[in-house]
Design a protein around this ligand. Sequence first.
Ligand code: F6R
Length: 610
Amino acid sequence: MCGIVGYIGKRDVAPLLLEGLQRLEYRGYDSAGLVITGKPAAGKTSATLKMVKAKGRVRDLEARVPKRFAGTTGIAHTRWATHGAPSDENAHPHMDPEGKVAIVHNGIIDNADELRTKLVSDGVVFLSETDTEVVTHLIARSQAPTLEEKVRQAVRTIEGTYGIAVMHADFPDRIVVARNGSPVVLGIGEKEMFVASDVAALVSHTRQVVTLDDGEMATLKADDFRTYTTEGSRTSATPTTVEWEAESYDMGGHDTYMHKEISEQADAVDRVLRGRIDDRFSTVHLGGLNLDAREARGVRRVKILGCGTSYHAGLIGAQLIEELARIPADAEPASEFRYRNPVVDPDTLYVAVSQSGETYDVLAAVQELKRKGARVLGVVNVVGSAIARETDGGVYVHAGPEVCVVSTKCFTNTVVSFALLALHLGRIRDLSVADGKRIIEGLRKLPAQISEILATEDDIAKLAQEYAGANSMMFIGRVRGYPVALEASLKLKEISYIHAEAYPASELKHGPLALIEPALPTVAIVPDDELLEKNRAALEEIKARSGPILAVAHAPQEKADHTIVVPKNETELDSILMGIPLQLLAYHTALALGRDIDKPRNLAKSVTVE
Ligand code: F6R
């Protein structure tokens, strides 16, 4: 979604801001802009703010930046339209007519219409249709003596979510930022400071970061920063070190981030297992769980909450927890859970799952659960993200940065993380040493088996050519295979725009069989497990209606037109592998259709608004 970058220091700021914006391009946006300033002219205390904005890509913005555009302080933004269409006027930053205040904003101001009406009746002229501009005017009209106080007054007036960065011509030595529900990360340099909505924009300059909490603000000066609450009291902020290298954000010789990230999965799984397996007790150590054995034994239910792909990973996680730990477990979209006044039970362990750790629906569900006294763990990729900080403990999935809008390696690593959690809970309860050992052996086999699957990419690419002409596709699976079908169908529709449906294979005859015909290919997940014969019966039903079938299975399936054969692991872990060829199928189908794979239409990487 929207991205923020800011800098204050000694360097020429415009190229730094443009580079930062490029690093945020993956999040999806429709326009971009920046504002800069230098030192005030001799004898003046006030500086001049210079702004450039453009609808379109960062390169369109860059083309508009004048040759002579010197400055050492600036803020920049990539916008994803919410209030008002994508246009130069609606792009951020937003300035007041006098050119004193400039602001960039991520999030949504809920009471913007009301505030706009009031400001208009007071004679304020608006230059854009955005909710953000309201904040600009509130700050510009404030009589408070300091920029911090002006911003504080404004954020106390607005309702909604925001990550904002503000510059003021009368206070050219600082940038003031504030956060409520939308990420703001400070980057601490040597006599220079950075701010961004995502560490991706910072890591090529500094790995020392401070992530603001909701309700927190900060003042950045070239050689100093301080954090405080919107009420004005100081907060402590110790910088942490970002583990991810700047190079992890590069394409690394691949044509797309999606391809790079699919290809990284063997290493990513190796990383999530590293240092966690305890062969002596046939279990795993999960350092950050903050759940002792007695507490783990007291868990009566597990409820997993996530959105999109993370929800699908949670569905597999719930099955793993039920199978290995014999604790009743289920997963629900966090976006639904938070709106249905759920019964919050003290004996239930809640698990919030999120790649970004910033998805608003998940964060809001966590906050509601915490408010009601529940224990909530996180299964999160981004270290130090909002969900990681709000939860009582959890498991980092260590997938490394995921840049492509659609999630692939993080899905796989999240499922593996759930396997670790399930094994841990299982071994505290009734899972035998022998079964623990068996699962550990299975986990250890995964990286090599993933490499084996990835080596069949050319064959999958050929199949994709065949399916790229379909108008619609059906995905089916039973029990462990069903979440795999759901995720594969989501992947296909997100990047190829081919309509896809996922159903439990057991439900076919209860309705969707009516759709089966020669023009509707079905992708069937057919693991060699106790349900193999049932799955084969479903294939027969489809074949009898002349439906084309692509099976993902452990051995060629007679009724299928094609089978992608994947290596067998332990039955409980098979679903981890079965989704991987279907990521490649979605990728190559989208490629055959000429889609913009890393930036699918209408989608953004992290959904930090409702
Ligand atoms: C799909 C996809 C989305 C995300 C969802 C949750 O490929 O990436 O469905 O999974 O928006 O995002 P996180 O995991 O960051 O909470």
